[in-house]
Every structure is written in structure tokens, then in C-alpha cells.
Design a protein around this ligand. Sequence first.
Ligand code: SF4
Length: 310
Amino acid sequence: MNTMNNLNREPADAGSSCRLCPRKCGADRTRQSGRCRSGVWPRVARAALHMWEEPCISGKEGSGAIFFSGCPLGCVYCQNRQIALGNRGEEVTCDELAGMMLNLQGQGANNINLVTAGHFLPAVIRSLQMAKERGLSIPVVYNSGGYELPEALEGLRGLVRVFLPDFKYLSPELAALFSAAPDYPAAAEAALQKMVELAGPPSFDARGIIQSGVIVRHLVLPGHTKEAKEVIRFLHETWGDRIFISILHQYTPMPGIEKDFPELGRRVTEREYEKVVDYALSIGVTNGFIQSGKTAKESFIPEFDGTGVG
Ligand code: SF4
């Protein structure tokens, strides 16, 4: 972790050996990109009101989403490949990043939604501090692939009360195959435990917009309903009602993926998704969100009450 330099710019990691995420790849980000394909400075691909998160995040007004370029995971089926490759968007200073947050608040955003920011955490933390000093008062949502280090997340204490991590795999073999990260399940468990601690109990305002808490997302992959069920069982048995579980039906095959991963070359069927949702209901999950089949690419149905199932 670093301090501000005299250009009022906050590098992602001033050290010559970056160990910000579980990759701990040791890149000197002042000279080369690490596994996250990111240099020293935060690179932002988009900052705009976003309507397609869970309803308690987007609400009617929208979530103030800031999309960062690059990603430490690099999943083969990445749904945001253009951004994840790290070459989209512009490098920004902490002052500029704080300004974007305040601008989104001025547009009426229900929250600031930091999408895949973990590889820029020191700069993001500094930017949040600056924005709060300048009047940022809406909740901050930390939207993450779940592959994070608890000691890095600690820097968000008091700044972020809403976490929106993925939990992609429980199987190290699948995590190795699709994300070259056999340590993903262990890393995601440790990160989620830290997020639950930092967020505290779930809470909502009078409009139903989340103010604190953790919503864990699982993207159901075609042909992998067994894995989806095991992830949901693990989440429910470990954290129960301390978290919400959001089961995503929006998997979209990227062009050409079927060449190397034939099972990923199609969408998830209604039957597959229903099997996963039915399972979640059968084990007693009540804090959650599902996506309806017809609107799986666009919207969520609130509350895990059977709506849209069957
Ligand atoms: S944040 Fe990037 S450079 Fe740093 S350890 Fe992770 S992948 Fe490597």
C-alpha cells in the first residue's frame, strides 16, 4: 500500500512486487502489467447510472456504477471481456475518481457501485476518503468477483457497508479449468467471511434500497447445475440469513468459446435454472434473488418467494 505522490495520483501499488490479490503475482506494475492486465493507475471504462443490478441496489433511480478495466481472474467465459482485458477506458487520478462518485450522487444514484476494483484498492480507498470528505453520503457497493485478500479488504472498513461478491466455484478443479485459479474456493470463502464482518447485518431503507449487508451472486453455468447446488448449499450452511444469495440466469456464451469448452457454448436452459432454484428453496434459502427466464438478460425479480419458478 502506498501514499499519495506529488501529482495527486494514487498508484494501485507502489511496491515493485504487487501482492494485492490472491494471485500474488509479484508484478512491478510501474513497468509491466500483472495477471490483472493493469498498470499502476486505476483505469475506468464506464461510470453511469445502471439499472440492471438486483432491485435493492438499482431501485428506480439506478446504481452509480463505476466499471474498472482489468481483472485478476480472467475467466474463460468472462461476460465483460472487453473490460476485463484491461485496455478499455482511461486512467484516472484519485481526485477524478472521487469526482465521478460525487457526480453520480448528483445524478440521483442510489449508491456508488465499484465494479471489479480490487486490483486498484489503494487508489479506490483514497478516492472514497476524498469523496466522503467532499460530501459523498450514499452507500458504497463493492462489486467483486470474490477473488480477494481479506487483508486488502480491511482497508474498506468504515467506507463500504454493502458487498456484492461472486462465489463462482466450490470445486478447485472447475476453478482451475475455467479461471486458472484452483485456490478460488478457499480465497473466496476467506474474502466472503471478511465482507460479512465489514458489512454487518443486512439493512434497507424505507424504499427497500440496501444500506448494509452482503449479496452473494452465483452465475449458473450450462451443464454445471450440480456445482451450482453445492455452492448454494455451502453458502446457506455457512452464512445462513447473514447473507442474501442471488442466482443468476444470464450466462451468455462468448463467440468461439465452444472450440475449447464445448459445454459453455450454449445458454443455461430453463430446466437447469429451475432445478437450481428449486434446490435452493428446498434447503430453506429465503434471503435471495432469482432472475426470470424471459428477463434473464435484463432484470431481477425481488425476494426468493417462488415468483418466476415453475
Ligand atoms: S492485483 Fe494484479 S498485479 Fe497485483 S497480485 Fe493481483 S494479478 Fe498480480
